[in-house]
Design a protein around this ligand. Structure first.
Ligand code: URA
Length: 208
């Protein structure tokens, strides 16, 4: 059962003293949602409200994410949402590359358990974990194939709260998601080249 395996992983994380952002008053914020969802959203790191409620995306950015999901007919409860870093960084600073590197193996295992075909990184930190050479301003809303997954990078909702231009792009990109969920099988079997990890992330599947 996926939920039992995820619970085991969560418990393992909760007792892992090597995690660099563990601290007094800082809670583990593990992923939540439908473990059979075809799409997994991956944010950066929890903020204040996420830390308090031990749930990803429950602050202002989360409310925006909820609204955009409702607008495309995919309520939040029907998808899975997690973060690459699962403890809140001090002062809400960006996670450091060496911190991301310590948390990433847990994300990898979380994704293996979920086995969703579509990964939607929210923002550049989680996007660059999958596509190190991608640029969020250029590659948001594009579809990349990485072995047997589709990677669909999106702007972080917090960036959309700061810029109406980004908000428009985010809404436009999200509108592609229902189609992507419907067509993932043919997109994965398409002879689209894999995203190369050594050069620019240019191997986009041409559908969108
Ligand atoms: N921003 C994130 O990246 N993750 C959250 O859970 C909340 C805000």
């Amino acid at each position: 059962m996926k939920s039992a395996e995820l619970l085991k992983l969560k418990e393992e994380m909760d007792t892992d003293n090597s995690l660099p952002l563990r601290a007094q008053g800082i809670n583990l914020v593990f992923g939540v949602g439908d473990t059979n969802s075809k799409v997994v959203f991956i944010g950066e790191a929890p903020g204040r409200f996420e830390n308090e409620l031990k749930t990803p995306f429950v602050g202002r950015a989360g409310k925006l994410l909820d609204k955009i999901l409702v607008n495309i007919g995919i309520p939040r409860a029907t998808v899975y949402i997690t973060n690459i870093v699962k403890h809140r960084p001090p002062e809400n600073r960006d996670p450091l590359p060496e911190e991301i590197a310590v948390y990433a193996p847990y994300l990898k295992r979380e994704l293996e358990i979920l086995n969703a075909p579509i990964i939607a990184p929210l923002g550049r930190f989680s996007m660059n974990y999958f596509l190190p050479y991608a640029k969020i301003s250029k590659d948001h809303g594009r579809v990349f194939r990485l072995s047997n997954k589709l990677i669909f990078p999106l702007y972080h909702p917090a960036a959309a709260l700061r810029s109406t231009g980004v908000l428009k792009d985010l809404e436009t990109d999200f509108k592609k998601l229902p189609e992507l969920i419907k067509n993932f099988e043919s997109l994965l079997t398409k002879t689209a080249p894999e995203a190369k990890q050594t050069t620019e992330a240019k191997n986009q599947i041409s559908l969108f």
